[in-house]
Design a protein around this ligand. Structure first.
Ligand code: AMP
Ligand code: TRP
Length: 331
């Protein structure tokens, strides 16, 4: 089973990224044939950015992934812009298998475009086609992601199907893997919104590399709901989110968490969640500093990954090109 996923080099990866995506990458790396993980810098250029900072954040993200347990012996870890097949295939798919109307329906484009103060780039609109190219260039069977990527994955499946119908069987139609618990970690301050780097209130987002004291403070000030029972309910999004977080980071079911905190106050529950999250992130934080300090080693790991990635994507994209009647015919 071939596994592929991508993560943006925003550097400031948060608890939602970690629980929803990174921990799945680590769990799956040995099952992949192979498991391929890509730091998607070409996606990151679709909103305003600084070139020097992009490189820094790329190293940050790579070091976080390695510190979390990705092992270049067990998986392929590489930088998207090192493998030109991603950009080429985006155009091939955009020209023949991607409908403008489908791109226009993407929630994430709508959300991100209203946040742009200056230019809303055509690349932001094309973002899901690049994502489809990432996946299809490897004929991936399975794509581990958080819940917010469901619509993009549906589109990638549609694009693969459209291409195959028009040019003959070429691409694998990928399945997604969205975790049952932790697929949508919510903002601690506004539990009606997903946790994200661009949230309005910085106190609502907990970062993977955040200082334990700051993490504790954020959980203590998390928005809780009326009532006093530690129990999930539709009208208790704040407490429900904290129960979900504690369930994942402590390896207990949500029912068990509710049972363990029966009769306890919100205050002591929040402290317990904070402590468990701090312990959960501690090993990653400890390994991170050492790995991040050695940029040459990070480059070497990414370079070796890119070679392995190219060896897989090259022939798949060449076959697509040939079926489309482009380039010199393949004998
Ligand atoms: P990004 O940082 O946008 O590249 O996202 C990387 C991965 O994290 C994707 O698989 C997302 O679905 C996942 N993700 C992002 N935000 C959350 C969240 N709040 N809860 C769970 N997963 C998330
Ligand atoms: N769009 C994804 C996100 O924001 C990142 C991504 C890019 C991705 N290419 C991918 C995820 C391919 C899975 C597969 O989280």
């Amino acid at each position: 089973m071939r596994i592929f996923s991508g993560i943006q080099p925003t550097g400031r990866k948060h608890l939602g990224n970690y629980i929803g995506a990174i921990s799945q990458y680590v769990d799956l790396q040995e099952q992949g044939d192979p498991a391929i993980y890509c730091v998607v810098d070409l996606h990151a250029i679709t909103v305003k950015y600084d070139p020097a900072e992009l490189r820094e954040r790329l190293y940050d993200t790579t070091a976080i992934l390695l510190a979390s347990g990705l092992d270049p012996e067990d998986c392929i870890l590489f930088r998207q812009s090192d493998v030109p097949e991603h950009t080429e295939l985006t155009w091939l798919l955009a020209g023949t298998a991607t409908s403008h109307g489908d791109l226009n329906r993407m929630h994430q484009f709508k959300e991100k475009s209203v946040k742009q103060r200056e230019l809303v780039s055509a690349g932001l609109f094309f973002y899901p086609a690049l994502m489809a190219a990432d996946i299809l260039a490897y004929n991936a069977d399975l794509v581990p992601v958080g819940d917010d990527q469901r619509q993009h994955l549906e589109l990638a499946r549609q694009i693969a199907t459209n291409f195959n119908n028009r040019f003959g069987d070429t691409f694998t139609v990928p399945e997604w893997r969205i975790p049952e618990v932790g697929a949508r970690i919510m903002d601690l301050k506004n539990p009606d919104q997903k946790m994200s780097t661009t949230s309005d209130n910085p106190a609502g987002t907990v970062y993977v590399l955040e200082d334990p004291k700051a993490i504790e403070k954020k959980f203590k000030s998390a928005t809780t709901d009326s009532g006093s029972e530690v129990r999930r309910a539709l009208d208790k999004p704040g407490i429900s989110n904290l129960i979900e977080i504690l369930s994942v980071v402590s390896g207990r079911s949500m029912e068990q968490v509710e049972a363990d905190f029966e009769g306890q106050q919100y205050g002591s529950f929040k402290v317990a969640v904070a402590e468990a999250v701090i312990e959960y992130l501690r090993p990653v934080q400890e390994k991170y500093s050492e790995l991040r300090a050695d940029e040459a080693a990070l480059e070497a790991a990414l370079g070796a990954g890119a070679e392995k990635a190219s060896a897989i994507a090259g022939p798949i994209v060449a076959a697509a090109r040939d079926k489309m009647g482009l380039g010199r015919p393949v004998a």
